[in-house]
Design a binder for this molecule. Structure first.
Ligand code: MG
Length: 465
């Protein structure tokens, strides 16, 4: 072997050894991927730069959407907070767990109910295969001790247990629709560590920052073991708050400031994943619990080209801007197939090698082949529930509305016979009714709903307790 070849041999050997040790370092968690779900509150389909907002700057999420996947047909389980969260964490439509109601749409500080202990959450499913689990931020699945996150498979909890506009202090000025910021003292919401109230009213100006610091701290603490972090920001639900550094930063006004601080927060989480060398072994999912709250004018977000908003069953209420990132696992691209938060439990179980519960009906499927760029989405259908009632159904490109109702207020239900029919691939804004042209499609959609209804049993309603 001459000297040059010998040197090349050693260089190759050294670089092989280094890359092996890098790989070992990058996967200290025995092949089980970490999951970080960042679930924001009331952000609309059109509120991120990568989903077309003209003035809100979201450089971090824009970058993640290119390095990872941007999902354009991703849905939540309901158009308001409590049932949407129940659906995400259990992989089951909220009507099955009693977490949906026609009378009280979400849980309130005087509610007695919550997510039943018989439900299996993502955290509980992942615990069976050795995951560390943490819930940070908004819970809204029952604030009484027996319903808080540690009773549902999470090792720790740090957050506000319901919406940030609850516990309104009598005599405080009502929320304005102008560009001014509210005050934390007007909303006597508690900040909880595990089960103890540690601050009341929670200082909401620093809440995004503090939830971020908690996530960053836990990533460092958990790095040797597989982990699931559920980071559910209370914002941009009204009242809007942002920390000093983000005041007046966005061209979009106060709502833009909040979204830009959340984008910064996502960047800090990614930085922590990289710093702790677990980024190659993590799947991060960013989405919103429901559409924008349009009754608050510019304090609410935008559903972009979608019709409708929070509280309703048009697309704007339940289709969410979704970014799925995981450089060692997720193949970059734009995904126009359907997916839903209901799919996360079976997807995470599949990636983690955990058993999917088989003693109950699940409403989701395994999206991991789509994450990896190796298969198609199992989701072909989305049911649009309002409370316990099905208002609309999507199957493939077509969506039929059997009933519609304005999102808020003492509005009446309008029954449609024939149902309104839209082709969402051609007409995402639900403008052009095709019911007269495609009666056969309506018949097939009706059959899907009939079949589905047969499998839904009545259970005690938790929101009416
Ligand atoms: Mg919400």
């Amino acid at each position: 072997m001459n000297k040059l070849v010998q040197n090349l041999f050693f260089i190759t050997l050294l670089s092989t050894l280094f890359s092996v040790s890098d790989a070992v370092q990058a996967h200290p968690q025995k092949g089980k991927p970490n999951f970080v779900v960042i679930f924001v509150d009331d952000m609309g389909y059109g509120d991120l730069g990568c989903f077309g907002h003209p003035t809100i700057r979201t450089p971090v999420l824009d970058r993640l959407s290119v390095e990872g996947q941007r999902w354009t047909n991703f849905y939540v389980a309901a158009s308001v907070c409590t049932p949407s969260r129940a659906g995400l964490l259990t992989g089951r439509l909220p009507v099955r767990s009693g977490m949906a109601s026609n009378r009280r749409r979400v849980l309130f500080p005087n509610s007695k109910g919550g997510l039943p202990s018989s439900e299996i959450t993502i955290a509980e499913a992942l615990k069976t295969v050795g995951y560390k689990t943490a819930a940070i931020g908004k819970w809204h699945l029952g604030h009484l001790k027996k319903y808080l996150p540690r009773q549902h498979g999470f090792d720790s909890y740090y957050g506000i247990p319901y919406s940030n506009d609850m516990d309104f202090v009598r005599g405080s000025p009502r929320y304005k629709k102008d560009e001014s910021e509210s005050k934390s003292e007007y909303y006597n919401v508690p900040l909880i560590r595990n089960e103890e109230v540690i601050e009341r009213p929670a200082n909401q100006k620093t809440i995004v920052k503090r939830f971020t610091e908690e996530a960053v701290r836990l990533i460092g603490e958990y790095k040797e073991e597989p982990f699931f972090i559920y980071l559910a920001h209370n914002l941009p639900h009204i009242p809007l708050f942002r920390s000093k550094e983000f005041e007046g930063k966005s061209q979009r006004g106060i709502y833009g400031d909040v979204i830009e601080e959340i984008d910064w927060s996502v960047g800090e989480v990614v930085r922590a994943l990289k710093k702790n060398k677990v980024d190659q072994n993590t799947v991060l999912i960013f989405t919103s619990d429901n559409g924008p709250w349009h009754i608050f004018n510019t304090h609410g977000g935008s559903a972009g080209l979608l019709r409708g908003a929070k509280g309703g069953t048009f697309e704007g209420g339940m289709r969410e801007p979704t970014v799925i990132w995981g450089p060692g696992i997720v193949k970059p691209g734009v995904v126009t197939e359907m997916g839903a938060t209901l799919d996360l439990l079976p997807t995470f179980c599949s990636l983690a090698g955990a058993k999917v519960p088989t003693d109950r009906i699940l409403d989701g499927g395994d999206l991991s082949p789509v994450f990896k760029g190796k298969g198609v989405s199992p989701r072909k259908t989305v049911f649009f529930y309002r409370g316990t009632d099905i208002f609309a159904v999507r199957h493939g490109a077509f969506k039929a509305h059997f009933k519609t109702r304005p999102e808020y207020g003492r509005s009446k239900i309008t029954e449609h016979n024939p149902p309104l029919l839209y082709n969402l691939d051609h007409d995402p804004s639900e403008k052009y009714d095709l019911s007269k042209k495609h009666p056969e499609v309506i018949e097939s959609l009706k059959k899907i709903v009939e079949e589905h209804r047969k499998g839904v049993k009545e259970v005690p309603n938790q929101l009416e307790l």
